[in-house]
Design a binder for this molecule. Structure first.
Ligand SMILES: [Zn+2]
Length: 363
C-alpha cells in the first residue's frame, strides 16, 4: 500500500479560509497542535476561526520535540477531551507529531505548515527524536494527512532562515534518491527521481531570488515555497520507501546525537550532510561530477546563509570524541548510509569528516 499525497490540498493565498468549509465537515472537536511562541498569533487565528464555525476547539503545545514524552502527553489529553481530529500547525516537528498522534489514535490529521522548512505537511512519515533533539528513528505511517492547508500568507510570516533550511532539505532529494535508487527497475521510482531533478533545478534557479525577494508578486518565492513544502513531499509519495534518503540524512541523524546549546534546523544539518555525501561519492565512488556539484551548491548555500561545515553548526568534531560518535551513528546497522551503492565503514566517515572540517579538502 502506498499513500501518495494528502487527500485534499489547499494552496496559495487565503488557502486557510477556503479550507474551512471542508474542515468543518470532518471534525467537530479538533485539537490544534503547535509549539513556538512566534507562531502563537497564527494559531490563535486558527483557533478563533474554527470556534466561530461552532466547533469545540482545544489546543496543545509540544514542550520539546517530536518525542515520545510529548506524544504520550498529548495523546492522553486528546483522549480526555474526546477530540476527533488533530490540526498540526507549525514546522516539521509539530507536523510529524500531529501525524503520528492522529494515526495512533485513528483520527484524522490536518496539517497547516507555518513555514516552508520541510515537506512534513505532505508525507506519510514521522521522524522521532529524544526530548533533547537526538534522532531516534523514522516511522512510516499508513497514510498522508487528510487535508493539507498550504497558505502562503501564513508561510510569509516565517523567518527567512526556515526557507533556506527547506531549500537545503529539498535539494537533498535529488542527490540522495539518484544515487540510491537509479538502479531500481520501477517506473514510478524513476519518475519520482526525475521530479526531484526538476525540483533541484528550480531551486538552483529560484532559491536565491526567493530568499532575498519580497513575497507579494514574486513568482520565485511562490515556486520555491511550493517546491519545498509540496513537490518534495510528492517525490516521497510517488517514489515510496524505495526512493530513499542516503548519506546526507544519515549524517544529519548522526549530528543530532551531539547536544549543543544552539539548535539548528533540520535542513541546515541536511545541507552540511549533502556536501559531505558528495565528498564521499568522490572519495569512494570516484564520482568526478561531485566536485562540480559541491561548487554549485556552495554558491547557493552561501547566498542563503546556510552553514557549510559542522563547525558552523556549533560542533567541534575534534573535541569530546564527537567525530567518533558521529561516525558510529552514521554507520550503525540500520542507517541510511548503507543504501549507498558502495561499502562505507566508520574509518571512511572519520577520514571524510576530519579532512572536511580541517578544510584540507577545499570547500
Ligand atoms: Zn529531510
Amino acid at each position: 500500500m502506498q499513500s501518495i499525497s494528502p487527500e485534499t490540498i489547499f494552496r496559495g493565498n487565503h488557502a486557510w479560509q477556503k479550507s474551512l468549509p471542508h474542515i468543518t465537515k470532518i471534525t467537530k472537536s479538533p485539537l490544534i497542535l503547535g509549539r513556538g511562541i512566534h507562531t502563537n498569533n497564527l494559531r490563535n487565528k486558527i483557533f478563533n476561526d474554527l470556534k466561530s464555525q461552532n466547533l469545540k476547539v482545544y489546543s496543545a503545545n509540544l514542550q520539546f520535540d517530536c518525542c515520545y514524552e510529548d506524544i504520550s502527553r498529548i495523546k492522553s489529553s486528546i483522549l480526555k477531551n474526546n477530540n476527533d481530529c488533530v490540526i498540526a500547525a507549525g514546522g516539521g516537528k509539530v507536523l510529524d507529531s500531529g501525524k503520528y498522534i492522529a494515526e495512533s489514535l485513528n483520527i484524522h490529521c490536518i496539517t497547516v505548515p507555518l513555514s516552508a522548512s520541510t515537506c512534513a505537511g505532505w508525507t506519510a512519515l514521522s521522524n522521532i527524536y529524544t526530548k533533547d533533539g537526538q534522532f531516534i528513528k523514522d516511522v512510516a505511517l499508513r497514510s498522508c494527512p487528510k487535508i493539507l492547508v498550504y497558505d502562503h500568507k501564513f508561510i510569509q510570516t516565517a523567518p527567512s532562515r526556515t526557507l533556506a533550511s527547506g531549500i537545503a532539505d529539498a535539494l537533498a532529494k535529488w542527490y540522495e534518491s539518484s544515487i540510491t535508487s537509479s538502479t531500481i527497475n520501477d517506473g514510478l521510482v524513476q519518475q519520482a527521481i526525475q521530479i526531484s531533478r526538476v525540483l533541484r533545478d528550480q531551486l538552483l534557479i529560484d532559491g536565491g531570488k526567493a530568499f532575498k525577494g519580497h513575497f507579494e508578486n514574486n513568482p520565485s518565492w511562490r515556486n520555491t515555497v511550493e517546491a519545498c513544502g509540496l513537490t518534495a513531499g510528492l517525490v516521497g509519495g510517488i517514489g515510496g520507501e524505495k526512493c530513499r534518503t542516503a548519506a546526507a540524512h544519515a549524517i544529519h541523524n548522526a549530528i543530532t546525537q551531539i547536544i549543543t546549546p544552539n539548535k539548528f534546523l533540520h535542513g541546515e544539518l541536511v545541507g552540511v550532510g549533502l556536501l559531505l555525501q558528495l565528498r564521499l561519492e568522490e572519495m569512494k565512488n570516484n564520482n568526478k561530477l561531485a566536485d562540480q556539484s559541491i561548487k554549485q551548491l556552495l554558491v547557493l548555500m552561501k547566498e542563503l546563509n546556510l552553514p557549510t561545515t559542522i563547525a558552523q553548526l556549533g560542533i567541534n568534531v575534534f573535541e569530546n570524541n564527537n567525530l567518533e560518535k558521529i561516525a558510529e551513528f552514521t554507520c550503525r546497522d540500520n542507517s541510511e548510509i548503507h543504501f549507498l551503492p558502495f561499502e562505507i565503514d566508520k574509518r571512511d566517515i572519520v577520514e571524510l569528516i576530519s579532512n572536511f572540517e580541517k578544510q584540507k579538502i577545499k570547500i
